[in-house]
Write a protein that binds this ligand. Structure first.
Ligand code: DPN
Ligand code: ZN
Length: 311
């Protein structure tokens, strides 16, 4: 589904000729092809299969995941760097990718964690956010998107061991660098097999600007006619370090170990009395553990939110 953003600016011009005022420009966020996102998930599964069944911090499947995502971004023209940190006696890695251009004093960031737990390949948690952010980045380049703001992506290490990578990244920034980041959008678990459609609650003690991000994500789902609920992710994912630094944060989530209620099943379909993700942190979090419709809807909403925030 394609989501259109009408540019209000085209309608605000006064004293123009009829020809100039006609046909307000529409900026189209691309329709993200879910098959491309699924292909990236298959790659993460293959990496886990070849590396002892997981992509966890300190294990070879993690660095293989970083190197593979980096190769795709490098080929698309992103400026990438790998930031290392140490946790639990092992080296961890964050992958940072900058899209060329835009106002360097006005930065929009998207991120999600790339590591899995040791128990399994981590395809829903968080192959989904990782693969979708990758595909959205590739589509920026493929469509020649020229946002006025600068766009940066982060794939975080060691989230599963206490948000270590995102904390290390934010701690590495100077006060001036932090102040240039105007928004951080986090995507962690966007294809749960018994999905809910949750948007991070921007009023939950979050910095100024977070409610605007929440409303933008809600607007994306509204365009798809998908009802949403607010969720308080608190310190359970990588937006937390950004929020503590005073950066506006937002995100979407399709649910983890919690149980879908009867009311939620009526609203969203799926199975009441069952977890949103029965394979949460288990070996069965494979490519079979994905609801493709939820993955697709979240991908389109993520593109919608990025195009609208960075435009
Ligand atoms: N941070 C997720 C994990 O990696 O286990 C779980 C989670 C994501 C929980 C988003 C709440 C909201
Ligand atoms: Zn997890």
């Amino acid at each position: 589904m394609r989501i259109l953003i009408a540019l209000a600016a085209a309608l605000m011009v006064t004293g123009t000729t009829a020809a100039q005022a006609a046909a307000p420009a529409a900026l189209a966020a691309p329709n993200i092809n879910v098959a491309n996102v699924q292909a990236h998930l298959n790659q993460f599964q293959s990496i886990a299969n070849a590396n002892g069944g997981n992509r966890a911090h300190g294990r070879p499947g993690y660095l293989a995941s970083v190197n593979w995502v980096k190769s795709k971004l490098d080929a698309a023209g992103f400026t990438t760097r790998v930031q290392s940190f140490t946790y639990g006696g092992a080296t961890g890695y964050n992958l940072i990718a900058d899209y060329p251009g835009g106002d360097a004093n006005n930065v929009v960031m998207l991120g999600g964690h790339l590591d899995s737990v040791t128990a399994g390949p981590g395809i829903n948690d968080n192959g989904t956010g990782s693969a979708t952010n990758l595909e959205v980045a590739l589509q920026m380049a493929a469509t020649g998107f020229k946002p006025t703001k600068h766009v940066r992506f982060g794939w975080w290490g060691a989230e599963e061991l206490g948000l270590r990578g995102s904390n290390a990244y934010v701690a590495s920034l100077t006060t001036a660098e932090k102040s240039k980041i105007k928004a951080y959008l986090n995507f962690d678990m966007t294809g749960s097999p018994n999905p809910g459609y949750f948007v991070y609650d921007g009023a939950d003690g979050q910095p100024a600007g977070s409610v605007e991000l929440q409303k933008r994500l809600e607007a994306g789902f509204a365009t798809l006619n998908v009802p949403t609920e607010l969720t308080r992710v608190g310190g359970r994912s990588d937006h937390a370090a950004f929020a503590r630094a005073g950066i506006a944060t937002g995100g979407t989530f399709t649910g983890a170990e919690q149980t879908k209620t009867a009311a939620q099943a009526r609203k969203w379909g799926g199975t009441a009395g069952q977890a949103f993700d029965r394979c949460y942190h288990r070996s069965c979090d494979t490519t079979s553990n994905i609801n493709t419709t939820a993955l697709d809807r979240n991908a389109d909403v993520i593109a919608y939110a990025l195009w609208a925030t960075a435009a």
